[in-house]
Design a protein around this ligand. Structure first.
Ligand SMILES: [Zn+2]
Length: 610
């Protein structure tokens, strides 16, 4: 009786304050419950069911480690072990602000909160009652939950507002390969989220993902920058520690009842059961143990939650599809089962399909166009200019691509540029339109001349300067910090190019009245949209690289392609001109205002989510 009372007292005490120096795995084994509705094995969490997770979880609670990277197969219990367990641990044991990032707000952030987080908060006794969800005045929502000493905020990588909203000490970034390169027009979501942690000396970043395509996979680059720890298990016959590799799996495709694994050292073929019995003796082996960032790799052969028969079956199906010319299932299998990136030729935009889809306007401007903007690229011996028409929901029409040649030291070429920009264009219905805003590149040798040209034409014509990097805001506030004191915009051109390529990839749908973001190009004589234009528009490709040790997306000229990328720059500046003009092109506004969308003050915001 006395002992029972003592134990009860001890348990109550532990509920209030867990013992000191607990690792995350110890905490989860003591307190974490798997919800009855969503778990295959509800009840007490047991790290022994996922032995490879112990070291990863403990790396998260290790105060010496700031960043933990996990590149893995899909079915290894990573969301529970590496997102939910840390949330519970910090809520109960080390309260602090936490941000969870999912690839998008809906459905993923919402589903995570409702289907994973809420059941855990309800069923894990030490967490129950910490978040007041019942009181409407508590400020708690699906996406934000306060608890004593901290909060957990769940955001989508496609939502710049969410990524900006709060700072945190712990960042749990899930499925980072699903993040867009830019959150809206504000740059790399992972960088934006990491910036929220900079004020905390004891910050923690956990990056998790199933990898995607080599060259654009975020998680692979993060992993390459880390200790590169791979899960090893001992051979049942000789005890040699080895990583689990697909090439060592032995099976008869006519009879999958006996799938075996060949030891890399002794060559003995043992059964799945024999190998899996020793998984509890597995350990991670690091390629670069001296590195600060802990990185872990796991494939589904290591998972006790997956039978090898499933992996082999999926492989055989994917392989059959490949023989039929469908490569997608094998890509998916490589990513989700092997936890490895798929190597393919760099993703880029081909010029031919765009060139071939040109259409006859039979007029200067189609009737759907509401506004015209222009972008001017400045070279020493010429201007290259594109005039773009914008319709509802940013459906766009290339109107004219013009080159004005001449020595920029002489006044004549500037006069011709001015005349070109001030001309009037005519719609099919006879309506006249002028260019509402032009952005001129001032980055060349003629910066002062560009400022001088723009000053009397402000605000219709403004100078811009391009800056590389997805961490540069697309349209920041202009500065007047130049000799002539004209407003100068420094554009985040990488984000601009990304938005252009996204729009170029949109396919036309005849069924729709409005094809949001679709780009039309004319075939009509004299418009300037020739083959060279399209080669220039698609001259660059986006690749993943390192910048000061941080993985980032950058734009590079295609190898073997044209170096004349002015059409891409011109489109970028014309698109920026629309942003700077501040007009909003929403569907409903057009219906209500019959072709006159509402003007908005200040900086424009791209209406379409990424
Ligand atoms: Zn062996």
């Amino acid at each position: 009786m006395k002992a029972a009372t003592h134990n009860l007292f001890k348990r109550i005490l532990e509920k209030v304050q867990p013992p000191p120096d607990m690792t995350l795995a110890e905490w989860a084994d003591a307190y974490q419950r798997l919800p009855s509705k969503t778990s295959a094995e509800p009840g007490q969490w047991r790290t022994s069911r996922v032995p490879y997770m112990r070291e990863i979880m403990d790396a998260i609670s290790d105060p010496r480690t700031t960043r933990i990277v996990v590149m893995s197969a899909a079915q290894v219990a990573k969301t529970y072990a590496l997102i939910l367990n840390p949330i519970g641990y910090y809520m109960h044991y080390d309260p602090c602000p936490i941000i969870v990032v999912q690839p998008n707000v809906k459905p993923m952030a919402e589903a995570f909160s409702k289907e994973k987080l809420a059941p855990m908060l309800a069923e894990t006794p030490v967490l129950a009652g910490k978040v007041n969800d019942k009181n409407r005045n508590s400020g708690n929502t699906i996406y934000h939950k306060d608890f004593p000493g901290g909060y957990v905020t769940i955001v989508g990588a496609n939502s710049p507002a969410g990524l900006r909203s709060r700072s945190a000490r712990v960042l749990l970034a899930d499925e980072i390969d699903g993040y867009p390169p830019s959150a809206g027009n504000e740059g790399d979501p992972l960088l934006l989220a990491s910036k929220r942690l900079t004020t905390f000396w004891n910050k923690k970043e956990v990056f998790i993902s199933t990898p995607t395509i080599k060259g654009v996979s975020r998680i692979e680059v993060e992993f390459e920058n880390s200790t590169q720890e791979i899960w090893h298990v001992p051979c049942p016959s000789c005890g040699e520690l080895q990583k689990l590799e697909w090439g060592q799996v032995s099976f008869d495709r006519e009879d999958l009842t006996e799938i075996r694994y060949i030891c890399i050292k002794c060559g003995v073929v043992d059964s799945e059961v024999a190998w899996k019995e020793l998984y509890s003796n597995g350990q991670f082996v690091a390629r670069f143990p001296e590195r600060e960032i802990r990185g872990f790799h796991l494939n589904s052969l290591a998972s006790l939650l997956v039978e090898w028969e499933d992996i082999v079956k999926k492989f055989l199906q994917a392989n059959d599809e490949k023989k039929k010319g469908n490569i997608e299932p094998l890509k998916v299998w490589t990513n989700t089962e092997m936890g490895e990136t798929w190597e393919e030729e760099g993703k880029e935009m081909e010029y031919e399909p765009l060139y071939l889809r040109r259409e006859k306007y039979n007029c200067e401007i189609p009737n759907e166009v509401l506004y015209l903007t222009a972008g001017v690229d400045t070279q020493d011996d010429r201007f290259e200019i594109e005039v773009v028409g914008w319709g509802v929901e940013r459906e766009s029409w290339g109107i004219k691509y013009q080159i004005i040649s001449g020595d920029l030291k002489l006044q004549d070429v500037w006069d011709r540029l001015k005349a070109f920009l001030q001309q009037t264009f005519t719609k099919a219905d006879g309506t006249k339109l002028k260019i509402i805003r032009t952005c001129i590149d001032s980055g060349g040798h003629y910066a002062n001349e560009v400022y001088k040209f723009c000053k009397p034409l402000y605000p219709n014509v403004v100078p811009i300067r391009g800056r590389d990097g997805f961490d540069v805001p697309y349209i920041p506030r202009p500065s007047k910090n130049n000799r002539l004191q004209v407003y100068l915009w420094t554009l985040g051109v990488d984000t601009g190019k990304y938005l252009i390529y996204q729009s170029l990839a949109v396919e036309y749908d005849d069924e729709k009245a409005v094809n949001a973001n679709y780009c039309h190009f004319p075939r009509d004589a004299g418009t300037g949209y020739n083959e060279d234009y399209f080669k220039g528009l698609t001259a660059e490709r986006m690749i993943r690289t390192y910048k000061k040790g941080i993985a980032q997306y950058v734009w590079r000229l295609k190898e073997g392609g044209t170096k004349r990328n002015e059409p891409l720059d011109c489109r970028n500046y014309a698109q920026a001109a629309l942003e700077i003009s501040g007009v909003v092109l929403k569907k409903t506004e057009r219906a209500e205002n019959s072709g006159a969308p509402v003007k908005k003050r200040g900086r424009g915001v791209r209406g379409q989510g990424v």
